[in-house]
Write a protein that binds this ligand. Structure first.
Ligand code: MRU
Length: 369
C-alpha cells in the first residue's frame, strides 16, 4: 500500500545488503514512520515479542525472515543444524496466539532440512522467506476480491448510499505484508468507486484501531470514524452498521475464531442486531489441528502496564501516562475466542465459506484428515 504516495510492504529485504531485513516499526505510528533494520535472529525475536511488527500474517512473514537470519548465523556456527533448531524454538516462544508464527517456522524447518550444505540452507531459507511474504500479500489481495462482492451487494441494496463497515483492532495491511485481511475488501470497494465508510474500534489497550487502522485508512483516503471500544453495539442498534469484518490470529478448522480482545462482544452485538459478522483470513491463519477454540487456543497475557498506562504524542515526542490509580492491579488478556455460531462467514483467498468444519474443509480439501 502507499505511504505518502510511495508503495511499501511491511517487511522486505534490503536491496543493497541481503543480510539485512527491513521492516516498518509500528510502535511509532501514527506519529512517526520509522523503518528498522534487523540483522540477527535475536533482533527479529525482539521485534516480534515487543510488537515492532504484529498481526497474524506479518508475524508469520517476520518469523520466516527470522529463520533466514538464523540460517545465515548457522552457516558460521560449529553445529549448523542444532543452531537452526534452537533459533526456531526461540522464535516460536515470542508470541503464543497467532498460528502463523509456528506455521512459518515449521515451513522453514521442513525446507531447510532438505538442503545439504550450510550455503544451500541459506539459499533455501531465503527463497522460503520471500515465498511466505509474497504468498501473504497475494492471498490478502484475493480476500479483497471475494469480500468486495459482499460490499457490492449491500451497496446495491442501499441504492448507492455509503456502506458502513465496522472493524476491530488492525487487520489491515500493517498486520500482513500488504493489503490486509479485514481491510482488503474495504480497499477493493473504495478503489472500485463504491462508497464505503469504516467505523474503527479504538481497541485498547494498545489501540491498534485508533493508531494503525485509522492511519492506514487515512493514507489511502478511505472515509472512516474512530470510535471508543464500547460504541459498536449502540451503532448496530441504530442501524448504522451494515457489516462487521474482523481479522483473526487463529481460527480452528471447525470455525472458532481467536481475535483481539473485544471481538467476541462485537459478535454478540452483531448477532442480536442481525448484522452480518465476517472474519477475513488467509489459510495460514487456520489451525488445522485444533477442534475446540475455547478450550485449546492459547490466549496471550501481556504486561499490565499496557492497561494501566496509555501513550500519545506531545511536544514532538511519544509520552506515556498512567491512567489508573497506582494501587489498582490491571489484567491484560490479548485475545478472545468468538464461537463459530456467531460468525456469518469466513472470507479466504479461495472464496467465502461458512464457519464450520464441513464448509472449511470443503474449501480446503487437502487439509482433511
Ligand atoms: O496483538 P496484535 O496486534 O498482534 O493482534 C493481532 C491483531 O491485530 C488482531 O487480532 C487482528 O485483528 C488479527 S491479525 C490479522
Amino acid at each position: 500500500m502507499n505511504v505518502g504516495g510511495q508503495h511499501f510492504r511491511t517487511i522486505w529485504l534490503n536491496a543493497a545488503d541481503e543480510r539485512v531485513v527491513q521492516l516498518i516499526d509500528q510502535r511509532w505510528l501514527p506519529h512517526r514512520f520509522v523503518v528498522e533494520e534487523v540483522r540477527t535472529t535475536e533482533e527479529m525475536a525482539t521485534a516480534i515479542r515487543d510488537m515492532h511488527v504484529r498481526g497474524a500474517g506479518l508475524i508469520g512473514a517476520a518469523a520466516g525472515y527470522g529463520m533466514y537470519l538464523a540460517a545465515l548465523e548457522a552457516a558460521a556456527a560449529p553445529a549448523c543444524d542444532e543452531y537452526i533448531a534452537a533459533a526456531a524454538r526461540r522464535l516460536k516462544m515470542t508470541r503464543p496466539t497467532a498460528v502463523n508464527l509456528a506455521w512459518a517456522i515449521d515451513r522453514q524447518l521442513a525446507r531447510i532440512a532438505e538442503a545439504q550444505t550450510p550455503e544451500e540452507k541459506v539459499a533455501v531459507a531465503l527463497a522460503t522467506a520471500e515465498a511466505i511474504a509474497a504468498e501473504d500479500a497475494e492471498h490478502c489481495r484475493s480476500i479483497g476480491r471475494h469480500g468486495l462482492n459482499l460490499i457490492r451487494d449491500i451497496a446495491r441494496r442501499k441504492g448507492g448510499k455509503p456502506v458502513n463497515v465496522l472493524t476491530h483492532c488492525n487487520a489491515g495491511w500493517l498486520a500482513f505484508v500488504d493489503h490486509g485481511s479485514a481491510t482488503a475488501p474495504i480497499y477493493a470497494a473504495h478503489d472500485s468507486g463504491l462508497p464505503v465508510h469504516v467505523w474503527v474500534d479504538e481497541t485498547r489497550p494498545r489501540s491498534q484501531g485508533s493508531k494503525l487502522t485509522a492511519w492506514e485508512l487515512n493514507e489511502h483516503g478511505v472515509p472512516h470514524t474512530v470510535i471508543a471500544d464500547n460504541t459498536g453495539g449502540h451503532l448496530m442498534q441504530r442501524g448504522d452498521v451494515d457489516l462487521v469484518i474482523v481479522g483473526t490470529d487463529r481460527t480452528t478448522y471447525t470455525g472458532d475464531v481467536a481475535n483481539k480482545i473485544g471481538t467476541y462482544l462485537k459478535a454478540l452485538a452483531a448477532k442480536d442486531n442481525n448484522v452480518p459478522f465476517y472474519v477475513a483470513l488467509p489459510s495460514s491463519s487456520f489451525d488445522w489441528k485444533m477442534r475446540d477454540g475455547l478450550a485449546e487456543i492459547p490466549i496471550e497475557e501481556r504486561g499490565s502496564d499496557e492497561v494501566s498506562h496509555a501513550d500519545g504524542w506531545a511536544d514532538g515526542r511519544q509520552v506515556e501516562v498512567r491512567v489508573t490509580p497506582a494501587g489498582s492491579p490491571a489484567a491484560n488478556y490479548g485475545f478472545d475466542v468468538t464461537p463459530r455460531r456467531l460468525v456469518t462467514g469466513l472470507i479466504t483467498e479461495r472464496g467465502i465459506c461458512e464457519a464450520n468444519e464441513q464448509s472449511i474443509l470443503g474449501m480446503f480439501p487437502e487439509q482433511a484428515p
